[in-house]
Design a protein around this ligand. Sequence first.
Ligand code: GLN
Length: 195
Amino acid sequence: MNRPLVGVLALQGDFARHQEALERAGCPNVRLVRTRAQLEGLDGLILPGGESSTILKLLRIEGLMEPLRQFPAPIFGTCAGMILLAREVSNPGQESLGLLDAHVRRNGYGAQRESFEAQEPSSLGSSPLPLVFIRAPWIEELAPESEVLCTSGGRPVLVRQGRVLAASFHPELTDDPTVHAYFLRMVAESMNGGL
Ligand code: GLN
């Protein structure tokens, strides 16, 4: 089978950490994406954490909003990336891609808990997942057909809808490759025509 080529949107944010996390999870073929042309031929794409309003501004400048809405392969957003994927964004509201049927509240965990870490069981494996939250969005509302893969404090923090995966935390900032390995399985499944 061909080795997957996975893109990481590299306009702003912690894209380099995602590249390293993909490599750790066994995917050496990573392309940093800054233009429409660089979306061509990708088998999957990651939207990193960072500042979603800044990434949004740069996406508009680069003419990437529509091509991302049409992106045909698995797509994974973490933190700011999850905000960009959502159908509806609040606190404050801003345009988004609408690929994840969810209402996401920016900085939902509030100033008091700006950054914190947790460990939670998940349906991805037997060991608890390390979760790093940084000014993290929370999922206010989620389409009922979504798969909730991990929750924290009673809220979903890792969810999947078909070929879309979204995390309110930063798996790329830990050395646990579980979540990236799961995304790579989605990519492999889609390359085999199964998604
Ligand atoms: N609070 C940021 C935003 O609204 C997201 C933070 C992050 O990605 N760590 O875009």
